[in-house]
Design a protein around this ligand. Structure first.
Ligand code: TRP
Length: 352
């Protein structure tokens, strides 16, 4: 029997402006994957509302951020003709399949999710049910398209394992019905077990103010990160002001040990130039830090300013971005609807 067709699904939440960490850690990978896979890239607006209104910012902010994240995908090089770009809430199957999966997933499984514990914090009684259920919706996102590969960061690995557990339990629980209806693909059953593609060797991009902390949207200092919307002047200034130490650059990678800021900037240079730290050090090692920094300013402006420019251009015509999202949603639905119809048959939901 035919094996599962290789399909990539991934998504980002429209909760704030994307930054260099999202670009080097995820988007450059997404762009590259278009060469080898059918790709679906989602703006997960339904996930965005699982935290308090104060976190997602209300309707005006959600619309703005949804369009901005879509524009960032496109500006970074995701091609909306080749890949599918859409926002989650436009395809009803995400919520429908999540409901079915709510009855498959076990409380014990969800109780182990570390991200919920972190996000809910001390006041767990006051967290939304949606935040608790977040990983089930994520499993639905992926399996609604029978996606086989999911590029995610290390922090999402546990959620991917949960998606595999849900797929496997569904396949087992309904194995007889799936077989009887001829809906198994290969010997796995109805759903594939999606594989995480943990992103690397792309550098972990750290804060420009503190090389031991991840670059993050929640850092209060804007100088800690380069936003994908920053213009050339802002990018240049942030790189110039980035924290360094007084020593020259080493010629070998092990000389970066214990020098987190230097290591971070070398990693960023490597990421932006498509090389690796060793090659960057072979070029700049032994020289003044200032010479390396001005090269990094040039490279960062060169690579990132056009992305910000393209985002501005796209967002100047919101109706064009919306049209891309509508068309993407139509294409997504065309894949999702037959899967959902099969799921309904397997469960025993009467349908027309
Ligand atoms: N939880 C993911 C994150 O915060 C976003 C996400 C939602 C996702 N649904 C997904 C990622 C499906 C991959 C596949 O990064």
């Amino acid at each position: 029997m035919a094996a599962f067709h290789q399909r990539v699904f991934s998504g980002m939440q429209p909760t704030s402006t994307l930054h260099l960490g999202n670009y080097l850690g995820a988007l450059t990978n997404w762009v590259a994957m278009q060469e080898t896979h059918d790709c679906i890239y989602c703006v997960v607006d339904m996930h965005a509302i699982t935290q308090g209104l104060d976190v997602w910012g209300g309707p005006t902010e959600l619309r703005r951020a949804t369009r901005e994240v879509a524009a960032a995908y496109i500006a970074a090089g995701v091609d909306p003709k080749r890949s599918i770009i859409f926002n989650q809430s436009q395809v009803a199957g995400h919520a429908e399949l999540a409901w079915v999966f709510n009855t498959v997933a076990r409380l014990g499984w969800l109780n182990r999710m570390t991200q919920f514990k972190e996000k809910a914090g001390k006041d767990r009684e006051n967290a939304s049910v949606g935040l608790y259920d977040y990983p089930v919706l994520m499993a639905a996102d992926i399996l609604l398209y029978k996606a086989t590969h999911v590029p995610v960061g290390e922090d999402q690995k546990q959620h991917l394992e949960l998606a595999r557990d849900i797929a496997q339990k569904f396949n087992n629980d309904f194995g007889a019905e799936i077989a009887e209806r001829g809906l198994a693909t290969g010997d796995l059953g109805f759903f594939p077990l999606p594989e995480p593609m943990i992103q690397g060797p792309a550098p972990r991009v750290m804060s420009l103010r503190d090389g031991t902390k991840k670059m993050s949207k929640s850092d209060p200092s804007d100088y800690s990160r380069i936003n994908l919307t920053d213009d050339a002047e802002t990018i240049a200034q942030k790189v110039r002001k980035a924290k360094t130490d007084p020593e020259a650059l080493p010629s070998e990678e092990k000389g970066l040990e214990g020098r987190p800021e230097a290591e971070n900037l070398v990693g960023i240079y490597a990421g932006l130039s498509g090389s690796d730290k060793a090659a960057v050090l072979a070029q700049f090692g032994g020289g003044q830090f200032s010479a390396f920094k001005s090269a990094l300013v040039d490279l960062a402006v060169d690579r990132l300013a056009p992305i910000a420019g393209e985002m501005r251009r796209l967002l100047a015509d919101v109706s064009h971005v919306d049209a891309i999202l509508h068309e993407g949603a139509d294409r997504a639905r065309a894949i999702a609807e037959p899967v959902m119809a099969d799921v309904k048959d397997i469960i025993g939901f009467v349908r027309r």
